[in-house]
Design a protein around this ligand. Structure first.
Ligand code: FEO
Length: 162
């Protein structure tokens, strides 16, 4: 595997760990305002992000590359409202999608079919990641003047399976 690709895959591994950190930080925010269902959903999401990072970990090793773990950036720790938090989550996923697409382009440019094939899973996954963050964001906007709606959504999100 080319050095540049190995380095870019390592960067994405770090971004996935940062994603876990960001969602865990959001979970802590929701715990602090007693919306336990949102907190649960975000804790499950954080675990999913760690599993994404592990896919990069295993793939880099399989290709005889070297995993290099870098510092994980400190995430934001507070939000002004649930809507603001999920706006951030949605925008974060859009950013991750563009990083994945850049990686696909790099793999293509280098005729690295194995990396391109590996990334296909992430291209599809990002469609889902964006859709679910956006759905919660849009619902939260509808709930802005309805505490009842917020509690119903909290209850629903608390049922997310691990
Ligand atoms: Fe690993 Fe939320 O994308």
């Amino acid at each position: 595997m080319k050095k540049e690709i190995e380095q870019e895959l390592n960067k994405q591994l770090n971004r996935e760990l940062y994603s876990a950190y960001l969602y865990l930080s959001m979970a802590a925010y929701f715990e602090s305002i007693n919306l336990k269902g949102f907190a649960h959903w975000l804790k499950v999401q954080a675990k999913e992000e760690i599993s994404h990072s592990m896919k990069f970990f295993e793939f880099i090793n399989e290709r005889n590359g070297k995993v290099v773990l870098e510092v994980i950036e400190k995430p934001k720790v507070d939000w002004s409202s649930p809507v603001e938090a999920f706006k951030d989550a949605y925008e974060h996923e859009q950013k991750i999608t563009s990083y994945i697409h850049n990686l696909v382009e790099l793999a293509r440019k280098n005729n690295d079919y194995a990396t391109e094939n590996f990334l296909t899973w992430f291209v599809a996954e990002q469609v889902e990641e964006e859709a679910q963050a956006n759905e919660i964001y849009q619902k939260l906007k509808l709930c802005e003047k309805s505490v009842g709606g917020l509690f119903t959504l909290d209850h629903h999100l608390g049922k997310r399976e691990e």
